[in-house]
Every structure is written in structure tokens, then in C-alpha cells.
Write a protein that binds this ligand. Structure first.
Ligand code: DC
Length: 222
């Protein structure tokens, strides 16, 4: 029996575009390891906030990052970052972190700090027997895995996205974060050339999952 190809799926898009729900469902359907890189930026932002480092003070950011140890913990199909041995809790999704994360994420120092770690998740997925990796974020198809088997860019109407967050009871200015994430110099949020754009504004989550599943099936069994 031939072993099926190990696949990499990159999922990018704005805040609350449906990346996590879609990626989680696809990871279970296809036996992929799910990695949410937004949680990496959130967890490191929280750590930097805890040690009272400001995003304006790049030297202090560098110094604080050099003292942080990151690792990976796997539960089911999900790989989580660990910071100094701990899996981040719900506080990485607090309003305080929502307000600061885009500022920290714009810093080349932090992006470089997380770059190799993100790429190393391929090896983690392989050694843990997954059929592939599905990684979501803002620059996965443009910077982290430009050669991914599928580079998906999920778009959704900003008003719909704000409604989704409100329904989850989360205070998050999605448009403001998108504006900051799209306008930064390093690895801005954008639909990279050649990526597959899916506008999910008028689609249900199930429809999005079915659509992307059909694209993944084509890669697995062309
Ligand atoms: O996906 P999220 O909303 O949890 O991401 C939080 C922030 O992290 C987002 O506003 C921008 C940043 N981010 C990034 O710059 N690059 C990524 N690959 C993932 C997230």
C-alpha cells in the first residue's frame, strides 16, 4: 500500500474570518495537526505584558524574548505552544491582549523569534504520525509556507465578523486589528499571489468546510 502524501494547508485571513473553526474541523476530517499561530502571538504578547515590556521598547522586547522558552504540547489534533513550560489559558483571548497583540505582532523581532518555531511544526506533525499540517494565521501562505499544498485565504464581511465575535461574547475590534495587521511593514495580512480566496460572508461554516474539503481531496487523490 502506498503511503499518502504529507500535506501542508495554510489558512490565512482577518480576525474572526472563521479560520479556527474551519481548520479544527478539517484537521479532524483529514488527520492533520492543527496549529493556530494567532495563539503564538497572543501567548508571547501576554508574557511580554506580564513582564511589563512595551512594544515601543524593542531592546526590552528582545531581552525578554531571549529569556522565554517555547515548546509544543499536543492534545488530540491540536498542537499548542507552551511558554516556559505552560500551555496558555483563556487569558490570551482577553480584551487586554486583543488591544495589544497587533502592536507586538508588527515587531520584526517577535516575528523572527516565532518564524523557525512555526516551521518546526512540520516535523512535530510528522513525528507524531499526522497526515499533514493545517496552520492558520496571517502570513502562513505568504511567509511561513509559501509552497504549501493549499494556500487558502478566508475572507468575510467585517460586519459579519464583528457579529461572530459579539455572539461569542468577546470584545474585539476586528476592523482595527485588521487595519494594523494589513498595514504593517513585516509580513502584512494579505491574500498572497496564487492563493485560493474564499469569501465566506454568505456561507455557513458547514458549507465552508465542505468546499475546502473538496480542494483537499483533490490534493490527496488527484
Ligand atoms: O488569529 P488571532 O486573531 O488570534 O491573531 C491574533 C493577532 O496575532 C492578530 O491580530 C495578528 C497576529 N498574527 C500575526 O501577525 N501573524 C500570524 N500568523 C497570526 C497572528
Amino acid at each position: 500500500m502506498t503511503k499518502s502524501k504529507f500535506i501542508i494547508v495554510a489558512v490565512d485571513g482577518g480576525a474572526a474570518a472563521g479560520k479556527s473553526s474551519t481548520s479544527r474541523a478539517l484537521s479532524q476530517r483529514f488527520g492533520l495537526m492543527h496549529v493556530d499561530t494567532g495563539s503564538f502571538y497572543r501567548a508571547t504578547t501576554l508574557k511580554l505584558m506580564e513582564v511589563a515590556v512595551s512594544p515601543e521598547d524593542e531592546a526590552a522586547v528582545s531581552d525578554a524574548l531571549s529569556k522565554i522558552t517555547i515548546g509544543t504540547s499536543i492534545s488530540g489534533n491540536t498542537a499548542s505552544i507552551t511558554v516556559d513550560g505552560r500551555i496558555p489559558n483563556a487569558s490570551i483571548r482577553s480584551q487586554a491582549v486583543n488591544e495589544k497583540v497587533s502592536q507586538f505582532a508588527a515587531l520584526p523581532k517577535l516575528r523572527t523569534f516565532l518564524l523557525d518555531y512555526q516551521r518546526s511544526q512540520v516535523e512535530v506533525a510528522r513525528t507524531n504520525g499526522f497526515s499533514g499540517l493545517i496552520m492558520e494565521g496571517r502570513d502562513i501562505g505568504s511567509v511561513i509556507f509559501p509552497d504549501a499544498d493549499l494556500r487558502l485565504y478566508l475572507f468575510a464581511d467585517p460586519a459579519k465578523r464583528a457579529q461572530r465575535r459579539a455572539k461569542e461574547g468577546i470584545s474585539d475590534s476586528v476592523e482595527k486589528r485588521d487595519q494594523m495587521d494589513s498595514s504593517r511593514k513585516t509580513a502584512p495580512l494579505q491574500c498572497p499571489d496564487g492563493a485560493t480566496l474564499l469569501d465566506s460572508s454568505d456561507m455557513t461554516l458547514e458549507e465552508v468546510i465542505e468546499k475546502v474539503s473538496s480542494w483537499i481531496e483533490e490534493i490527496i487523490s488527484p
